[in-house]
Design a protein around this ligand. Structure first.
Ligand SMILES: NC(=O)c1ccc[n+]([C@@H]2O[C@H](COP(=O)([O-])OP(=O)(O)OC[C@H]3O[C@@H](n4cnc5c(N)ncnc54)[C@H](OP(=O)(O)O)[C@@H]3O)[C@@H](O)[C@H]2O)c1
Length: 362
């Protein structure tokens, strides 16, 4: 791993940040008047989201001063608790608005853009956020003299993809690299962990429905990656200048079909549901119906998500990944039980209650 930015500690073990007194010494430097000043600022657009929260946590552990740039800072005040006093700030910025981006990047060494969407609502469209928004951030970074740019993309990003989500992710990568040829791109597979949008969505659906659809038969393969590993990877990419210009593909230790993922989720939540294969044309028709309400409520599936499901979502092997960043991927089996228990009948203590009842009967 290359030398970190001046004044920065290199990354060490994942879950043990530096003790507070050492962290303060790293962050604080005296100016000419002897007053302590903070340095090495990273601005994280979309830093309050599912992935962003973990990235900010690891960046703070690594000793960065972090500015979280989002549209609604009043809803994300708890982000400040992820670091030392004064280490993390939350500011208002919209990546569709250039002056707000420039304000958020004032004084930053690195820009990390995580803002992204899974479905379009109003002005928050794929083109507006994944392409124009990504370009806006890169251009503002250049204007503000930011040294490095890191852009979050997605595994499967492809300008020729039938999915608009994946197409615009690829166009966003190109737009950023047109401004910063040395930008680092990070492409994760589906990300799992407490608060994820994948397992939680299907577990909630299973609570309401006797059956779950297997789009296209459920054969599409995924390589789910733990949100903590993604957060750690982002912190390392930001910290290690040798990652500049690279594209990283992040996948977990195992690849599973959609059907296998549904079976794991059902086993973990103790639910017995029919898994019904839905042929592609029927799935597309279902997606079109769901599109009608997609701007109002989160639908079970959209046409664009059906299109994305047509291709496997596993790392290609052509790009570096978690192991190149010194991270051992965490398995699904280690993490799913830590949050899917809430969908079990009886919750966290369901098994324990059953065991105690058994013991009482014996
Ligand atoms: N989760 C996954 O499985 C997965 C897989 C592959 C790739 N990714 C990518 O990883 C990134 C983060 O995903 P996530 O799951 O953490 O998403 P998320 O939980 O929905 O978080 C999105 C973040 O972006 C901010 N945001 C949205 N629109 C914005 C705008 N116009 N200007 C500034 N900030 C904006 C949100 O805050 P406000 O609403 O307050 O602005 C929020 O902090 C995205 O780019 C996503 O495409 C995610």
């Amino acid at each position: 791993m290359a030398t970190p930015p001046p004044g920065q500690r290199p990354f060490s073990a994942p879950d043990c940040g530096p003790p507070p007194h050492r962290l303060n010494r790293t962050l604080l430097k005296s100016d000419r008047t002897g007053r302590a000043v903070m340095q090495n600022l990273v601005t994280v657009f979309g830093g309050s989201g599912f992935v962003g929260t973990q990235a900010v946590r690891y960046l703070a552990k690594a000793g960065w001063r972090v500015r979280v740039a989002i549209r609604n800072p009043n809803l994300a005040y708890k982000m400040r608790l992820l670091g030392d006093v004064g280490q993390i700030d939350v500011v208002q910025a919209n990546i569709r608005n250039q002056p707000s981006i420039e304000r958020a990047l004032d004084g930053a060494t690195v820009s990390l853009n995580l803002a992204g969407l899974l479905r379009e609502t109003g002005r928050q469209g794929f083109q507006a956020i994944h392409v124009m928004g990504a370009r806006n951030v890169a251009e503002a970074a250049r204007t503000m003299g930011v040294a490095r740019v890191v852009q979050m993309s997605a595994l499967g990003a492809d300008p020729a993809s039938p999915s608009k989500y994946l197409r615009t992710k690829a166009e966003g990568e190109a737009a950023v690299r047109a401004v910063y040829a040395n930008a680092t791109i990070v492409r994760p597979s589906i990300v799992f962990g407490n608060g994820d949008g994948f397992f939680n969505r299907f577990a909630a659906m299973a609570q309401l429905s006797p059956a779950l659809p297997l789009i296209g038969g459920g054969h599409t393969r995924f390589q789910p990656v733990f949100v903590g590993d993604v957060g750690q990877a982002l912190a390392r990419v930001v910290t290690d200048e040798a990652t500049a210009g690279q594209t990283y593909e992040l996948g977990g230790p195992g690849a599973f079909s959609f059907k296998e993922l549904m079976e794991k989720m059902l086993a973990e939540t103790g639910q017995h549901r029919l898994l019904i294969p839905v042929p592609w044309p029927v799935a597309s028709a279902l997606g079109s119906l769901c599109d009608l309400v997609a701007g109002v409520i989160p639908p079970p599936v959209t046409t664009d998500q059906v299109e994305a499901l047509r291709s496997d979502n596993v790392v290609s092997g052509q790009y570096p990944g978690l192991s190149d960043l010194g991270i051992t991927p965490t398995s699904l089996e280690a993490v799913l039980p830590t949050y899917l228990y809430s969908y079990r009948k009886g919750g966290q203590y369901a098994d324990q209650d059953a065991r105690e009842m058994e013991a009482g009967r014996a």
